[in-house]
Design a protein around this ligand. Structure first.
Ligand code: ATP
Ligand SMILES: Nc1ccn([C@@H]2O[C@H](COP(=O)(O)O)[C@@H](O)[C@H]2O)c(=O)n1
Length: 448
């Protein structure tokens, strides 16, 4: 491994002459594009293997990789076989990989979220992973990464690349590691790292309908069906869903959904409004599945959101039944499932979200629609005051929201972009009585 340490110091053009370059170009794999999440949730884009040797990469990428140490990319395809089973296996593998990076010598590496996609992108072509930066450039890190790859015996195996800086020209290169039959791990020829334009659509968006924002019940159902061998609770959940009518119909009374980030006052408002309107109060996920929530909250997005999506269909059958008798108030519904899924999967900040009117913001075609959706919003400071005032143990996601105001902004912006039905925003910062008055007045004017 000593030679590899020296390589960084050697001007790469000595190793990378024209003949070698010509040979490599005949063998070269297709170019790959990368979206790297940097501190502050900014995204830097770069390309590997395009015909751009010598061209400067994004200065932020160059700066990161030029800091003392060594950077590696580790990626897993999201849909190696295209079917839900393959997607679930790949997502669980990616989750396991992230957990493994938190141990041993790899723990000292700084991690940055990384997405890899081919030119043009498209559903099923994405790879998700991380860029690891080892500030100490220790050979133990490389050894640990190769040992980690060795522990993945079945496809899809993660792919490992190593970044190199040509000290003379400052050009960046990537060398992938490949497993050669009987010869162990070998590095393939370096490929140039060059600049890349930001794609029009964030590369994770084409996969959202199969990975967390399911456009119909069957799409979410197929995901849990694929999990039954490894998550016994998935079978129990499917049995409950399968007992619900495929197209639950709303009764003659109005159905009002209250949405918002944690601690914006949904519980307070839904309880008071349902008393005032003599309405049935329901919540998603429904009580009958809440005992499995912890299990699914520990799973990757695709499985977790399939659970919440199917929970919405169970609530739909409860709404259908209750709205035949009286008004119904619902604490969270599909908009929550979709908004959190989009905000989690789309790396970067608000400007990287899919544009308004994109199909991911459309209501699923087979899910009972409410008459009115109200989105409670409060300032970040007020929300934090309320979380602290409540004094309850914070869930992991709440902790993340608290720490990551950009994630919170993305969730809220997704709520605002939801369509058909869209959300009516209500400023929930005033005292409880005033918020309730506003909500009741909106319900009366909108639902008669
Ligand atoms: N208008 C208000 N003014 C001041 N405090 C409020 C107001 N509405 C709710 N609260 C308080 O803020 C805290 C969070 O409210 P609540 O539990 O209703 O929010 P929530 O949106 O249901 O939260 P979660 O989604 O996390 O369950 C509670 O302690 C509640 O008493
Ligand atoms: N329909 C829903 C409801 C909830 N979620 C997820 O649960 C989290 C919040 O739940 P609370 O009980 O704290 O209100 C939220 O972070 C969502 O991830 C969902 O996806 N769909």
């Amino acid at each position: 491994m000593v030679w590899a340490g020296r390589l960084r110091a050697l001007p790469l053009r000595i190793l990378w002459g024209p003949r070698l370059r010509a040979w490599a170009s005949t063998m070269a794999p297709p170019p790959r594009f990368f979206a790297l999440e940097l501190p502050g949730c900014t995204l830097a884009h770069f390309a590997v293997g395009t015909d751009a040797p010598g061209a400067p990469a994004d200065p932020r990428v160059a700066a990161l990789m030029a800091t003392p140490g060594r950077s590696y990319s580790l990626c897993v395809p999201v849909a190696p076989g295209g079917d839900p089973g393959a997607r679930v296996r790949a997502a669980r593998l990616h989750q396991r990989l992230l957990q493994q990076l938190d141990r041993g010598p790899l723990k000292r590496c700084q991690l940055h979220r990384l997405l890899c996609y081919p030119p043009g992108g498209g559903a099923g072509t994405l790879q998700q992973g991380v860029l690891l930066h080892d500030p100490s450039d220790s050979p133990d890190t490389r050894r640990a990464l190769l040992a980690l790859l060795d522990s993945y015996l079945e496809a899809p195996r993660p792919s490992l690349g190593e970044f190199l800086v040509d000290d003379a020209t400052r050009q960046l290169w990537q060398r992938r590691w490949e497993l050669l039959d009987g010869q162990g791990w070998r590095q393939v020829e370096p490929e140039p790292v060059g600049p890349a334009l930001e794609p029009d659509l964030h590369p994770a968006v084409p996969d959202l309908p199969s990975a967390g924002v399911f456009p119909h019940r069957e799409a979410a159902r197929a995901v849990l069906e694929a999990c039954t061998a490894v998550i016994p609770e998935a079978r129990a959940m499917l049995e409950l869903v399968d007992r619900c009518p495929t197209r639950a119909q709303k009764g003659k009374f109005p159905v009002i959904v209250i949405e918002g980030l944690d601690a914006t006052g949904k519980t307070t408002v839904t309880q008071a409004a349902s008393e005032s309107l003599k309405a049935v109060l329901l919540r998603s996920p429904p009580a009958c599945v809440s005992q499995w929530r912890e299990v699914f909250d520990d799973e990757p997005t695709i499985v977790r959101r399939a659970f919440y999506s199917l929970g919405n269909y169970i609530v739909a059958s409860e709404i259908a039944e209750a709205s035949a008798r009286c008004p119904v108030i619902v604490d969270r519904y599909w908009h929550s499932t979709a908004a959190y899924a989009i905000a989690t999967e789309v790396s970067g900040a608000v400007q990287h979200l899919p544009p308004a009117q994109h199909s991911v913001y459309q209501w699923p075609r087979d899910l009972l629609q409410p008459d009115l959706v109200l989105l409670l919003t409060v300032s970040p400071e007020e929300r934090l005051r309320r979380i602290r005032g409540r004094g309850l143990e914070k869930t992991r996601e709440e902790t993340e929201l608290e720490a990551n105001s950009i994630f919170r902004q993305k969730v809220e912006e997704c709520y605002r972009r939801m369509d058909n039905p869209g959300c009516r925003e209500v400023d929930a910062s005033p005292p409880r009585e005033e918020v309730l008055r506003t909500v009741l007045s909106l319900i009366r004017t909108s639902c008669g």
